[in-house]
Design a protein around this ligand. Structure first.
Ligand SMILES: [Zn+2]
Ligand SMILES: [Zn+2]
Length: 336
């Protein structure tokens, strides 16, 4: 089977021996396609992934061999995520499921950018889902990334009528905006790249340039009765985005950190204190968030059409390069 492996600063297509069940409970799936996640890009760009690693986790796949006590059977088209929390440890009991050691240890093998993958019985039981007809492989591949957004939104504890601002309108920012809209909140967006602002507006997200921060914060004040927004979602990977958040969040509001930034700068201590702000992170989804994500996608409440650019597995390097250079929003690697 073909796999895409990391070697230094390249991604090489390698033929390796087919993965088989080999006595394990679970399923061997033929990967139909796999979304390219921002976290894959970070692992590649910052050389976090070791040589030989197969990245990718946003898979849509067809079961070709199975030994399982679940309802799944050969021929089923499924989606799955890659990590599963134990549900019992100190992290899990506090709702920090993505910090759970078991969560971090579990994975699909060898990784999504592969013609075949082993999906364990634990995955089948907890996070895999049968995909109904009528939704495309590309659309349902947003199962895991949308789950990430839903968890972030839940962590902000918004109430009906609340207003959110998305700082950074890349694919995950647009997805976050779509999810917030679907859940009934008012959403604004900002970015520095004009094409992104245009696309967001086309999708029905009121988006503005934040290049002139004073002008932009005046717009937000005007739209929010001078309060500022209840929650700011930081989907931008730029250090400067922090200034945007502090300037637009209302007193007592929340700033949800959803991306790393190059200089790893902090939020100003005194603003957090005097404005009673909450700055919090959200990383990866829980099984409950994935359930909600599946529901939103399969009922069409969140629209992810036209967000992806498709690349064949042999061209995966191009998909990484085009994502890094902001040429495209979201790459989907078509495999099977
Ligand atoms: Zn992902
Ligand atoms: Zn746990």
């Amino acid at each position: 089977m073909k796999t895409a492996q990391i070697y230094q600063d390249k991604i090489i297509i390698k033929d390796v021996e087919d993965i088989t069940l080999d006595g394990r409970k679970g399923a061997i799936v033929k990967v139909l396609g796999c979304g390219l996640c921002g976290s894959d890009i970070v692992k590649f760009k910052h050389k976090i992934a070791k040589d030989g690693v197969v990245l990718g986790h946003e898979i849509v796949a067809e079961i070709i061999d199975i030994d399982s006590n679940t309802q799944f059977k050969k021929g089923d088209r499924i989606v799955t995520s890659h990590h599963i929390p134990c549900g019992e440890c100190n992290f899990c009991r506090h709702g920090n499921v993505s910090m759970c050691y078991h969560f971090k240890k579990t994975n699909i093998i060898p990784g999504g950018f592969s013609e075949k993958v082993f999906v364990s019985e634990e995955h089948l039981k907890n996070v895999a889902r049968l995909v109904p007809q009528g939704i495309s492989d590309e659309e349902i591949s947003f199962y895991e990334p949308l789950g990430c957004c839903i968890r972030a939104i839940k962590r902000c504890g918004l109430i009906p009528g609340d207003t959110a601002l998305i700082v950074g309108l890349g694919s995950i920012g647009l997805l976050m905006a779509e999810a917030l809209k679907a859940l009934g909140y008012k959403v604004y967006g900002c970015d520095l790249i004009p094409e992104r602002i245009t696309l967001a507006n086309k999708m029905g997200i009121k988006a503005f340039s934040s290049a002139n921060l004073n002008e932009f914060s005046a717009i937000i004040r005007e739209k929010t009765n001078d309060y500022g927004v209840d929650s700011v979602f930081m989907t931008s990977g730029a250090d400067k985005a922090i200034d945007v958040a502090l300037k637009t969040v209302r007193q007592g509001g929340k700033i949800l950190v959803f991306s790393s930034t190059p200089n790893n700068n902090g939020y100003a201590n005194n603003e957090i204190y005097y404005k009673e702000l909450t700055v919090l992170g959200s990383y990866s989804p829980s099984p409950d968030d994935l359930k909600d994500s599946f529901e939103l996608l399969t009922t069409g409440k969140v629209n992810v059409k036209n967000l992806t650019t498709v690349y064949p597995l042999d061209n995966i390097q191009q998909a990484f390069d085009d994502t890094v250079s902001n040429k495209i929003f979201k790459a989907y690697i078509k495999i099977g």
